[in-house]
Design a protein around this ligand. Sequence first.
Ligand code: SF4
Length: 446
Amino acid sequence: MSSIDMPLTANLTAPYVAYAYSYPHKSSYGELTPAVSLDELWQQENRRNLFLYVHLPFCEMRCGFCNLFARAGGDDATYDLYLDSVERQARRMSAATVGDRSVARLALGGGTPTVLSAAQLDRLFQMLVRYFDADPRQIPMSVESSPKTASQEKLDLLRQWGVERVSIGVQSFVESEVHSIGRPQQSAEVHGALSRIKQAGFPVLNIDLIYGQPQQTLASWNESLDAALRYKPEEIFLYPLYVRPQTGLGRRDIPLESDPPQTIELYRAGRDRLLAAGYRQLSMRSFTLKSETDDEGPEYCCQSDGMLGLGAGARSYATRLHYSSRFAVQAAGVKTILDQWVTRTEEDFGKADWGIWLTEEERQRRFIIQSLLHYKGLQRQRFIEAFGLTPETRIPELRELIDADWIEQDDDVLRLTSEGMAMSDAIGPALYSASCREALEAFAAK
Ligand code: SF4
């Protein structure tokens, strides 16, 4: 029996199935025939409060666990060529979204955007202002970085441009541990980068850590948590380690258990450590020192506001269509897609040819999953107002989750319990439609 045919709670025995950070998962995307005119699409959308995301798919190395759209290596010429393409796309998307448009959030992700030179990053910031009137000095912006590439010169530039949040992937402060997951990182470099970021005075520093690593013990996990806490980061993300077949770790001769039994214990230890240190938990992965009233800048609502993605691998979300370029994990596939992507003309960027049309059912599932996995939970009345039916009518199995104490009802809100939150990576995928779950299972097995 495939997991698709089982009752929902029977699928909740293993806590780590997939990170449901966006629905539908990219594994459900396919050829759009005919290709969709982005002028027509975006002119029919509400273009206020957009999230503008730029994907830089380059890293100084490829981590053994990484299944993102990214490649190692590259030089200034490679990055310039890529930025030329991003600029053609930005110009085209600026025209497609012209009119009553505003940007509420900005992000540079990847990959590692800070592999670009300071001059190239500056060019990118200028593009955001020129084509979208999106100035990081006025709109909250997040930039991902790495210990090796967070140089003083680049951090100074990010500060000058008003970047609010710098996120750095540390994964572990224990050198042997991080080497064992295929990331040849030096601790001295990590501490150097963190000190520079702190000194630069960004309003938000985020540190990413990974638990469930093969050599990790409770003691070494606590060592990493304590080392991170010494920098008083405003945010910390705790990621479980996934070993996917197409990644460097997945292709190693030595088989690695992708969900060792102690992983959830490490999660609980990490969660409790951060809560005791004064952090609030926003989702299974996300912890913040900010209070609920600290949020500044225009409001962005991930359930209803649009997202505009620039760059190869970036996804864009309109109300009924999600689209992107094609996707690959292994180096050869990524290279082929990138080689083709940098030859795209402005006219090519006016059409979407890869993505998924969202049915009403998928839109409703998206709303439920995105809301439920966040600490604020799912407001029943908001759902009813948006779709004219109750969440339980769309997904009757929500009742099973309530009976199993994974969800609690508080007035009008359905919210994950603490243990429900710990099971987010099982609950999210269990709420997928049958076709999206099938696509995810096929993708995860690759
Ligand atoms: S995990 Fe991050 S730094 Fe490592 S290869 Fe993937 S995108 Fe690059």
